[in-house]
Design a protein around this ligand. Structure first.
Ligand SMILES: [Zn+2]
Length: 288
């Protein structure tokens, strides 16, 4: 998109300041809620109408990736979405539900109900601040049930319009880049795909010289009962991270970012066209 995000690498004022009027020019970083004052945040949330929550986990990812891999990925992807669609990124929620790999070194878990309650609480806060769209940018499969539950609760309560994204469009993009054998329809962990994403988004946290290949034997009833992943992996790797490259990561990440940007831009058009807050309608006109 030729817009706000372009040329924002330095985090300086250009994006928001380039628009007509508004206090946006004062932001040190117009996408990072954590770094704003309350007034700045309120102005940006009203202007953009979209809050993004990066959601990850603290979970073993083999010998070549850190425990915070999902947090690094979620945060970097949310940032890319924010710069493209114009949205505000909330502080990362760095704890997730880790049932499958529970008991592995360094792995921390919170249960589904606790996680859903936290997500719903953040959503309610956004509603009370007048934010119409809440999007969770999740990088950890174990969080899916809690996200869906929170989004349903918020929907029943009257908003905000809540999206839960876990690598949308990854399936198609993966088929374009994958060289390692496919051992399951949707499982991936510390593998060629996830390691490629890290090489693209946070290469300083990848130790490729320590990457090991471990292709799991997935039992035929895997999708029909709870399976601890210690049945599948010794190292925490499920796949072949030695085949990872930053270019593959770029393809995977950009496909997901494109999908999220398209969905959120369309949602905002709908919300604002539907007679949302006056500020939103004004902003819509500014953007054409
Ligand atoms: Zn992960």
């Amino acid at each position: 998109m030729a817009g706000v995000g372009d040329g924002m690498a330095g985090g300086r004022d250009r994006g928001a300041a380039g628009r007509e009027g508004g206090a946006a020019g004062r932001y040190r970083d117009p996408y990072d809620l954590e770094a704003m004052t309350g007034e700045e945040a309120q102005a940006r949330l009203r202007e953009t109408g979209i809050a993004l929550l990066p959601l990850g986990a603290v979970e073993i990812h083999g010998p070549h990736l850190p425990l915070g891999t999902d947090n690094y990925i979620a945060r970097a992807m949310a940032r890319k979405v924010a710069e493209r669609v114009d949205a505000v990124v909330l502080p990362t929620l760095a704890y997730g539900q880790v049932w499958s790999l529970y008991g592995f070194p360094g792995t921390l878990s919170v249960d589904d109900r606790a996680l859903a309650a936290v997500l719903a609480g953040i959503g309610r806060s956004l509603r009370d601040l007048g934010v119409p769209i809440f999007a969770i940018v999740n990088a950890h499969l174990g969080n899916v049930a809690a996200m869906r539950e929170a989004a349903r609760v918020l929907e029943s309560e009257g908003g905000p319009l809540t999206f839960y994204f876990t690598h949308p469009a990854l399936g198609e993009a993966a088929e374009r880049v994958r060289e390692s054998p496919r051992f399951h329809g949707s499982l991936f962990h510390a593998c060629e795909l996830e390691t490629s994403m890290m090489l693209y988004l946070a290469p300083e946290h990848v130790e490729m010289s320590r990457a090991v290949r471990e292709i799991p034997q997935v039992p035929p009833d895997f999708d029909f009962r709870p399976v601890r992943w210690r049945e599948l992996t010794r190292t925490g790797v499920m796949g072949d991270p030695t085949l990872a490259t930053p270019e593959k990561g770029r393809v995977l990440v950009e496909a997901s970012v494109d999908r999220m940007v398209a969905i959120l831009a369309e949602a905002r058009r709908r919300v604002w066209a539907g007679g949302g807050a006056g500020e939103g309608a004004d902003a819509l006109e500014r953007k054409g």
